[in-house]
Design a protein around this ligand. Structure first.
Ligand code: SAH
Ligand code: SF4
Ligand code: F3S
Length: 432
C-alpha cells in the first residue's frame, strides 16, 4: 500500500476535488493518511483567491522539501487554482515539486505519476478539457451525512477583482443524468444531505434543466432529506428557483447570495452588473416566498476607489438585509485581474479599519439570528459525534451547528431539537 496525503485549501469545490483525487488514486494502491511524514505522494490542493491563500502554499512546500530530503521517494504535487494560475512558475520557485495539475486536469494524475517515473523534471497539466474530467472520475467510494456534489464549474462573470474565471475556466454544467447518478451513489453510501456546488451554481443549465428542476429530481431520491446549493450570483436567481424555496420541502431555507458591496459605484467598478437596490428587491422577492430564509453573503472592503461613503453604503445594506452570517475580506490585489491595475488602491490600515467595523456588525447580526432560535423546536440533521463525550453535532435548516446530548445512533437522522442556548460558535439543545 502507498500512502497519500492531501491538504486542501480554499472553497468547497476544492474539498470535493480532493475527495475525487483520492478516489481516482485508490486503484493505483494509494491509501489516505493524515500526516505528510512518510507519504509517497503529497497533494496540495490550492486556492488562489487572495494573496495570503496563494502564499501559504509556498511556505508549505518549503516544509515538504525538508521531508523529501529524508524520504527521497516522495512525490509532491500542486493541484488546484494556484497550479492553474502559476503553472511552471511553481516548479521554478520550488524545484522539489514533481507535478503541477490544474483543477480541470486532475483526472490525468495516474498517467502523470507514471510519467514522473520515466522522465526527469516535473509533469505539468493545466489544460481545460471541459467535461472530460467528470467522465473520467470514479463513483464516490464513501460519503459523509452531508455530501458535496459539483454540478457546475467555472465562471463567465469576470468580476474585476476575481481570479476564478481564469483558474476554473468558463461556465460548464454537467448533464443532469450524471448528477442524478452521483447523487444516488452518495445516498447509497449514507448521504442524507446533498450540497450542490458551482462557482455560479444558480446559472446551472444542464441540457435545458435549471437548478430548480435539478433540485426537484434530487428530492425524489430515496434517503435524501435535505438539499442545499452554493454559491449563487444575484443575476442568476431565477423565478423557478425562488419558488422552489416555497415548494420543495427538501430545499433548505438558506441562501448564500454574495453582494460584495452596497455601493453602486463600487458594484459598477467590480462589474457585478447590478445595483444595491436590485439586490434589496431580489431579497424581498425571495422572502415573500420563504419568509424564514437565512441570508448570507460575501463582502469585500477596500476595493480600489472605495470611499468612506461607499463603505457606509455597504453598512446600510447589511443593516437593511439582516444576515444570518457572512464572510468579509479585505480586497487583495490579484495578478492579471483588471482591478489590480486600478489607481486609488486603498491603504491597508483603512481596509483593516473597515473590515473591523463590518465584521462587528455581521457578528452582532449572527448572534441575533442564532438567539432568535432559542426556545424553538427545530429539525436537526445529525452529522457526527461532537467533541464533548456523549454529544452529537448536527445542523438546523439554517445551517447552524447544534450540539445535543444523544446516542450516536442518531447520526444520519433528522430529529426535533429544542434549542436552549448559544455559545460563541454553536447552538445547544435537547431532543424534543
Ligand atoms: N463565485 C462566488 C465566490 C467566489 S470566491 C461568487 O461569485 O460570489 C469567494 C469570495 O471571495 C467572493 O465572493 C469574494 O467576496 C472573495 N474574493 C474574491 N476575490 C477576492 C479578492 N481579490 N480580494 C478579496 N476577496 C476576494
Ligand atoms: Fe469570481 Fe465574480 Fe465569478 Fe464569483 S461571479 S467566481 S466573484 S468572477
Ligand atoms: Fe480558491 Fe479556486 Fe475555490 S481560487 S476559492 S479554490 S475556485
Amino acid at each position: 500500500m502507498k500512502k497519500l496525503f492531501v491538504k486542501t485549501y480554499g472553497c468547497q469545490m476544492n474539498a470535493y476535488d480532493s475527495a475525487k483525487m483520492a478516489d481516482l488514486l485508490a486503484p493505483l494502491g494509494y491509501a489516505a493518511t493524515d500526516v505528510p511524514e512518510g507519504a509517497d505522494l503529497v497533494i496540495l490542493n490550492t486556492c488562489h483567491i487572495r494573496e495570503k491563500a496563494a502564499e501559504k502554499v509556498y511556505s508549505e512546500l518549503g516544509r515538504l522539501k525538508q521531508l523529501k530530503r529524508e524520504n527521497s521517494g516522495m512525490l509532491i504535487a500542486v493541484a488546484g487554482c494556484v497550479a492553474q494560475a502559476e503553472g511552471a512558475e511553481i516548479v521554478a520557485r520550488q524545484p522539489a515539486v514533481d507535478l503541477v495539475v490544474g483543477p480541470q486536469s486532475y483526472h490525468r494524475l495516474p498517467e502523470m505519476i507514471a510519467r514522473t517515473a520515466r522522465q526527469s523534471g516535473a509533469a505539468l497539466e493545466t489544460d481545460f478539457p471541459a467535461l472530460e474530467k467528470f467522465d473520467s472520475i470514479p463513483a464516490p467510494s464513501s460519503s459523509g451525512v452531508s455530501a458535496f456534489l459539483t454540478v457546475q464549474e467555472g465562471c463567465d462573470k469576470f468580476c474585476t477583482f476575481c481570479v476564478v474565471p481564469y483558474t476554473r475556466g468558463s461556465e460548464q454544467s454537467r448533464p443532469p443524468q450524471a448528477i442524478l447518478a452521483e447523487a444516488r451513489q452518495l445516498a447509497d453510501k449514507g448521504a442524507r444531505e446533498i450540497v450542490l456546488l458551482g462557482q455560479n451554481v444558480n446559472a446551472y443549465d444542464g441540457d435545458g434543466w435549471s437548478l430548480a428542476k435539478l433540485c426537484e429530481a434530487i428530492a425524489e431520491i430515496e434517503g435524501v432529506a435535505r438539499i442545499r446549493y452554493t454559491t449563487s450570483h444575484p443575476r442568476d436567481m431565477g423565478d423557478d428557483l425562488i419558488l422552489a424555496h416555497r415548494d420543495n420541502p427538501k430545499l433548505m431555507p438558506y441562501l448564500h447570495l454574495p453582494v460584495q458591496s452596497g455601493s453602486d459605484a463600487v458594484l459598477e467598478a467590480m462589474n457585478r452588473q447590478h445595483k444595491a437596490d436590485d439586490y434589496r428587491r431580489l431579497v424581498d422577492r425571495i422572502r415573500q416566498q420563504r419568509p424564514d430564509i437565512a441570508m448570507t453573503s460575501d463582502f469585500i472592503v477596500g476595493f480600489p476607489g472605495e470611499s468612506d461613503a461607499d463603505f457606509d453604503a455597504t453598512v446600510r445594506l447589511v443593516r437593511d438585509i439582516g444576515y444570518a452570517t457572512a464572510f468579509s475580506f479585505k480586497y487583495s490585489k490579484r495578478p492579471g485581474t483588471p482591478a489590480s491595475t486600478l489607481r486609488k488602491q486603498i491603504p491597508e490600515d483603512v481596509k483593516a479599519a473597515r473590515l473591523d467595523v463590518l465584521q462587528k456588525l455581521l457578528l452582532a447580526q449572527q448572534y441575533a439570528f442564532d438567539d432568535s432560535q432559542i426556545g424553538r423546536i427545530v429539525p436537526v440533521l445529525f452529522e457526527k459525534p461532537a467533541r464533548d463525550a456523549g454529544q452529537i453535532m448536527g445542523r438546523t435548516p439554517y445551517l447552524q451547528p447544534v450540539h445535543v446530548t444523544a446516542r450516536g445512533e442518531l447520526v444520519g437522522q433528522v430529529a426535533d431539537v429544542r434549542v436552549t442556548r448559544r455559545t460563541a460558535n454553536s447552538l445547544h439543545g435537547v431532543l424534543a
